[in-house]
Write a protein that binds this ligand. Structure first.
Ligand code: SF4
Ligand code: SF4
Length: 295
């Protein structure tokens, strides 16, 4: 069986067109790719790919302390040790403030009467869906304020890889989160290639440099697309110089086009509303596939 190639689309900075590119690749790849929406804090690929939410499962990212009043002897040790101020004492009884509890388990460990137990806390939902191109997509929704998004990304990717193996797909296309936090590190772990979508602004170049550092740490080969390249030719030249110096493969320059706005308004991918963009992105996905065979 061929090794599954995992292509992660990243940007460092939000708003560069990362998800538009990832959704276009997904539609072009069709049944050759399973899609993983790894931007679990602000997932939005579902707006374009129209998943059917066929299967869902609860995601638990950590524990929360639960105090049984009947067993509590009011010794106060739990409040003494909690560094997060999550144990409250009022009206003659101790209680745990759910939202402040970090799930460290210290209170449960020191409680002399076994009144505190640690239970799994629901942190979100994971979905496996069929999408409009006939393929499948793994996506998730992190609960508001929930942590451990890196762990959820790992679960999204693991499921996408498993399904790709089961149905004989050669690729997993992952839409990564912006920034360089845990979800990005998690989406780069074990990836074959990182397609970085940037734009000709100083802040985008700054963030491109940061995400490139993370990709290097994970030994993932970076490729680059300059989106809206024609809005600032001087800055585009600066980015080209940078990526050449870094030995990053320059995949494509995508022009700014009002079709992007039109596509967004219709909850569609750019390739569904603009034939020139479709041809450009098909050519770009072809290059990605060729390079993926070499890693
Ligand atoms: S440590 Fe246990 S027994 Fe003591 S106050 Fe807390 S819950 Fe009650
Ligand atoms: S589990 Fe940790 S954070 Fe939560 S109440 Fe106990 S000591 Fe505090």
């Amino acid at each position: 069986m061929k090794k599954i190639k995992e292509i992660v689309v990243l940007s460092g900075k939000g708003g560069t067109g990362k998800t538009s590119v990832a959704a276009s690749f997904a539609l072009i790849a069709g049944k050759d790719a399973i899609i993983a929406d790894c931007d679990v804090d602000a997932a939005n690929m579902h707006l374009v790919l129209k998943p059917n939410f066929a299967h869902s499962q609860v995601y638990c990212g950590g524990d929360v302390a639960v105090l049984n009043q009947d067993s509590c002897t009011l010794c106060g040790k739990c409040k003494e040790v909690c560094r997060f101020g999550a144990v409250d004492f009022s009206n003659g009884r101790y209680t745990i403030k759910d939202l402040d509890c970090e799930g460290c388990g210290y209170c449960s460990h020191v409680c002399p009467s076994g009144a505190i137990t640690m239970v799994e806390r629901k942190s979100g939902d994971l979905f496996i869906s069929h999408i409009k191109n006939g393929s499948q997509m793994v996506h998730a929704k992190l609960s508001p304020g929930a942590e451990n998004s890196g762990k959820l990304v790992a679960q999204v990717k693991t499921n996408a890889g498993r399904i790709a193996g089961e149905v004989g797909c050669e690729y997993v296309i992952a839409d990564g989160a912006p920034g360089i936090g845990c979800p990005v590190a998690s989406s780069l772990s074990g990836a074959s290639l990182a397609v970085m979508v940037t734009e000709p602004t100083k802040s985008a170049l700054h963030d491109l440099k940061r995400v490139l550092t993370v990709a290097k740490r994970f030994n993932v080969r970076p490729l680059c697309i300059i989106n809206k390249y024609n809005i600032n030719s001087d800055q585009t030249a600066v980015i080209k110089e940078f990526i050449e110096k870094e030995g990053i493969t320059h995949l494509a320059d995508i022009p700014f086009d009002s079709s992007f706005v039109k596509a967004m308004g219709q909850a569609k991918s750019i390739i569904e509303v603009d034939s020139k963009m479709k041809a450009l992105l098909e050519e770009t996905w072809g290059k990605v596939k060729e390079i993926a065979q070499t890693v």
